[in-house]
Design a binder for this molecule. Structure first.
Ligand code: ADP
Ligand code: MG
Length: 298
C-alpha cells in the first residue's frame, strides 16, 4: 500500500469512529486470524445487575445487604457497583445512603473484597477467595452457584465471621449483535476466543451464548498476556479486544490491540486501535479497512 492509501484508510476509519494509531496498526490488522475477546465490558454490556439473592442463615436481607454494601462501596469493581446499587433498595435515603463504616478494607484482585463492619468480618467474592480463607461452602451453596453459572450469571459468595451466609447472582448480558459479529468473523476465517477473570462456569455459558468454542477463564492480567503470546507461538496473528486495566498487558502483547472507547484510559493507551462507538461490529470494520488497504488481488 502507498502512504496515500494508508492515510486514506486511517481517515476512513476515523470518520467511522475507528481510531487507528498509525500505519503499522492498519497493516497488522489484515493478517489477523485469531481474536481474543475480554468478557466483561467487551462481549457483555458491562453494567452488571444483581438478579438473585439466596440466604443460607436466618440473617435479615436488609442487614445482609447493608453489611456487604459497606464493604463493596470501597471497591471500584463493576460487580461491587452492582451490589451497592442493589443494596440501596434497603435504605431510606437512596440518594445519600449512609453505609456503616468499614475498617481494614482490602481488595484481592480478581477474587473479591474483605473488611470489618460493625465488628464483623465480611468477605465478598468468588469461590477461591472463600476457600482460601478456610471457610466451608455447603453443598446447597455449591448448587446455587452452579445454577447461576449455567445461566451465565456470576455467582458471588458472602461470609460473615467465617460463616457462609449468602450467594448472589449477578447478570451482565451480551451486547446486542455480539453473536452475529462472531459468526461473521468465522465466515472471514477468523477464530474467536473468550478470555476472562471470571469463573469457568460463567465463562463457558457466555461463550456458548455468543457462539465461541474456545474459553480461557480465571485469568489474571499477566495470564491474559501470556495466553495471547501462546496463540502467537502456535502461528496465529492475534488481535485482543478489551476494555479494562486488566486487559492492558494483553492489548500490548497482541499483534493488534483494540480497546473499547468506553473502556479505561489505560486500556485505550495500550491499544493500537480504539473503537470509539463501543460497537463490536467495528472490529470487523477495522479488519475490512485493513484488508482493503493492504491485500491486493494478484
Ligand atoms: P473480569 O476479567 O471478568 O473483569 P476480574 O478479574 O476483575 O474479572 O474478577 C474476577 C472475579 O473475582 C469476579 O468474577 C468475581 O467473582 C471476583 N471479584 C473481583 N472483584 C470483586 C468484588 N469487588 N466483589 C466481589 N467479587 C469480586
Ligand atoms: Mg473487561
Amino acid at each position: 500500500a502507498t502512504p496515500t492509501a494508508v492515510m486514506v484508510g486511517t481517515g476512513v476509519g476515523a470518520s467511522q469512529g475507528v481510531l487507528i494509531k498509525g500505519g503499522q496498526a492498519l497493516e497488522s490488522a489484515h493478517k489477523v486470524n485469531c481474536i481474543v475477546f475480554d468478557k466483561t465490558g467487551t462481549l457483555t454490556v458491562g453494567k452488571p445487575v444483581v438478579v438473585n439473592t439466596r440466604l443460607l442463615t436466618n440473617i435479615a436481607l436488609q442487614d445482609f445487604y447493608i453489611l456487604i454494601a459497606a464493604t463493596e462501596v470501597n471497591s471500584e469493581h463493576p460487580l461491587a457497583k452492582a451490589i451497592v446499587e442493589y443494596a440501596k433498595n434497603f435504605v431510606e435515603d437512596k440518594e445519600n445512603p449512609a453505609w456503616p463504616e468499614a475498617r481494614d478494607f482490602i481488595s484481592i484482585t480478581g477474587h473479591g473484597v474483605k473488611a470489618v463492619v460493625q465488628n464483623r468480618e465480611i468477605i465478598v467474592g468468588n469461590k477461591s477467595l472463600i476457600l482460601d480463607q478456610n471457610i466451608a461452602i455447603p453443598s446447597d451453596a455449591e448448587d446455587i452457584l452452579a445454577k447461576a453459572e449455567g445461566l451465565a450469571h456470576t455467582g458471588i459468595l458472602v461470609s460473615i465471621d467465617k460463616e457462609l451466609v449468602g450467594v448472589l447472582a449477578i447478570s451482565d448480558p451480551l451486547k446486542p449483535g455480539a453473536r452475529e459479529v462472531i459468526s461473521i468473523l468465522k465466515s472471514m476465517n477468523i477464530r474467536s476466543i473468550v478470555m476472562t477473570g471470571d469463573n469457568w462456569g460463567t465463562a463457558k455459558s457466555i461463550a456458548k451464548e455468543v457462539g465461541i468454542e474456545t474459553v480461557i477463564a480465571e485469568a489474571k492480567p499477566e495470564d491474559k498476556a501470556e495466553k495471547v503470546r501462546d496463540f502467537q507461538g502456535s502461528g496465529y496473528t492475534v488481535a485482543m479486544v478489551g476494555d479494562g486495566i486488566n486487559d492492558s498487558p494483553a492489548l500490548v502483547a497482541a499483534d493488534v490491540g483494540m480497546a473499547i472507547g468506553a473502556g479505561t484510559d489505560i486500556a485505550i493507551e495500550a491499544a493500537d486501535i480504539v473503537l470509539m462507538k463501543n460497537n463490536l461490529e467495528d472490529v470487523i470494520t477495522a479488519i475490512d479497512l485493513s484488508r482493503k488497504t493492504f491485500s491486493r488481488i494478484r
